[in-house]
Write a protein that binds this ligand. Sequence first.
Ligand code: FES
Length: 105
Amino acid sequence: MGSIFVTDRDGVEHKIEANNGLTLMEIIRDAGLPIEASCGGCCACATCHVYVDEKWFSKLKEKESAEQDMLDVAFEPNSFSRLSCQLQVSDELDGLVVKMPSKQA
Ligand code: FES
């Protein structure tokens, strides 16, 4: 697919190679960044919460209600929040920019 750019909790940006078919959460986790993702991607924990760069947010598929319900209990969500386990990467997301929150709730 290409690359995604993830800013970690210390403000360090990581360029990560990404393969189609994986979720953003899996890519972040497999790169060794500290994403909790405690439910393993079942949309049941909100510990894979990320902030999507404003320029990219509208390119993502719409949230389903279950994702919004979990985001409502995430740590400091904002209008650019998404659950990374609900985002399947594809060629259209080459260059995606996201930021990890200061903690995962
Ligand atoms: Fe639990 Fe995404 S990993 S909601």
